[in-house]
Design a protein around this ligand. Structure first.
Ligand SMILES: NC(=O)c1ccc[n+]([C@@H]2O[C@H](COP(=O)([O-])OP(=O)(O)OC[C@H]3O[C@@H](n4cnc5c(N)ncnc54)[C@H](O)[C@@H]3O)[C@@H](O)[C@H]2O)c1
Ligand SMILES: [Zn+2]
Length: 361
């Protein structure tokens, strides 16, 4: 590891000690960095079968070299693993593997693995430390930071979980080289979302042709945005953390109506961002030029901006209404009056939502 390429993102979440590093070739230093973070004992690497095959041995070797007993526990890849059954199974495997309260978990993979493994760490022996090694853009810029862990319930996504902050986050940009192109591009929907709500100048730093190994400064910039928001509102109490939901009302409705699997999350969020920009423009003064600038960036990453005919406006509205409470005909909806700023508007009506969805045709 050439240390000058490693960027440390300062974070201070009250009551937790978390160190966040990004750069190339961090995996080989996992063991040393875990030791520096005060982690001793046996280590359970929780990963999925794809990521485990590609990057598991590097992480395992580094931890073994640092003197840890290590076991790799892999789950099938994909959102369908994000359920309580997987968590119970992993806990059972850890108990029979001899892990005790001095052990720690390393989550190696995308957001699915991070959410599952973080939750296992939150409840195993009533909580043991864990390390995030995110390997997708989504996980590196978003899900690995902030301490939200959990799984899906039959009734909806992410309904079961816990806040549990990782001790260490290692976002190794070299791992991105094996990420399939579509999964790579979809991650930039969340990056573009961060730019809209907090950092308009970042739009100019986004280049779809940039080599993946050069992304550490951009990853760091996004982690800093996410961390700042989490520092202000860790437990989602003041509404600041809710700003991260920009674009997600319509995005989630699209995921629901299309059925999970047809759109990757970031692709649905691209359409959700387009609808939120439209509402921001119509109701809260966002300029047409600003909106166009963001849409052009989404298009540059080949993210969708137009809805197919079979996803009807009525179905999407019905899904949005199941997801969000309308009070006196109005919902709370994150808008951006100027790029780089966002707030929760309380004056958005069903009619506004309908118009915004129709604008995607
Ligand atoms: N906790 C949070 O704050 C938070 C925030 C955002 C999203 N999430 C959650 O994250 C999940 C989505 O995460 P995701 O988009 O990373 O998807 P994912 O974890 O399903 O990964 C996508 C696919 O890429 C594969 N993969 C991952 N890294 C790879 C690599 N380096 N090389 C090759 N293949 C690789 C995986 O095996 C999987 O098939 C959702 O469940 C979402 O709810 C959580
Ligand atoms: Zn999202």
């Amino acid at each position: 590891m050439s240390t000058e390429e490693i960027i440390e993102v300062p974070v201070s979440i009250p009551g937790s000690v978390c160190r966040i590093l990004t750069g190339p070739a961090l995996l080989a230093s996992t063991g040393a960095l875990c030791a520096a973070a005060g982690l001793r004992g046996a280590c359970a690497i929780i990963t999925d079968e794809n990521v485990g095959r590609l990057h598991g041995s590097a992480v395992q070797a580094s931890l073994k070299e640092a003197g840890h007993a290590v076991q790799v526990l892999a789950v099938p890849p994909g959102e369908q693993s994000k359920r309580l059954g997987t968590v119970e199974d992993l806990c059972d495997r850890m108990i029979s593997g001899g892990f005790d309260r001095k052990s720690f978990v390393v989550a190696l993979g995308g957001g699915v693995v991070g959410d599952i493994a973080g939750f296992v760490a939150a409840i195993y022996y009533r909580g043991i430390p864990f390390v995030q090694i995110p390997t997708t853009i989504v996980a590196q810029v978003d899900s690995a930071t902030g301490g939200k862990t959990g799984v899906n319930a039959k009734a909806g996504k992410n309904l079961i979980g816990a806040f549990h902050q990782p001790r260490l986050v290692l976002a190794d940009t070299n791992t991105l080289s094996t990420l399939p192109d579509r999964e790579y591009r979809e991650g930039f929907a969340e990056v573009i979302k961060h730019a809209v709500i907090r950092d308009a100048a970042m739009l100019d730093a986004l280049d779809p042709a940039a080599p993946r190994s050069s992304l550490a400064p951009l990853i760091a910039r996004n982690i800093a945005i996410k961390a700042a928001i989490v520092e202000e509102d860790e437990l989602e109490e003041t509404g600041v953390r809710a700003l991260l939901n920009f674009g997600h009302t319509v995005g989630h409705a699209i995921e629901n109506v299309a059925g999970y699997g047809r759109y990757l999350h970031g692709e649905a969020i691209s359409l959700g961002l387009a609808s939120a920009l439209e509402i921001s423009r119509r109701k809260h003064g966002l300029s047409a030029d600003a909106s166009r600038r963001v849409l052009d960036k989404l298009a540059a990453y080949d993210l969708p901006l137009l809805l197919p005919d079979d996803l009807t406006t009525d179905d999407l509205l019905a899904a949005a209404k199941r997801d969000k409470k309308f009070l006196n005909g109005k919902i709370h909806f994150v808008v951006s009056p100027r790029l780089g700023e966002a707030f929760v508007a309380k004056d958005i009506t069903e009619g506004d939502l309908r118009t915004a969805i129709e604008s995607l045709r």
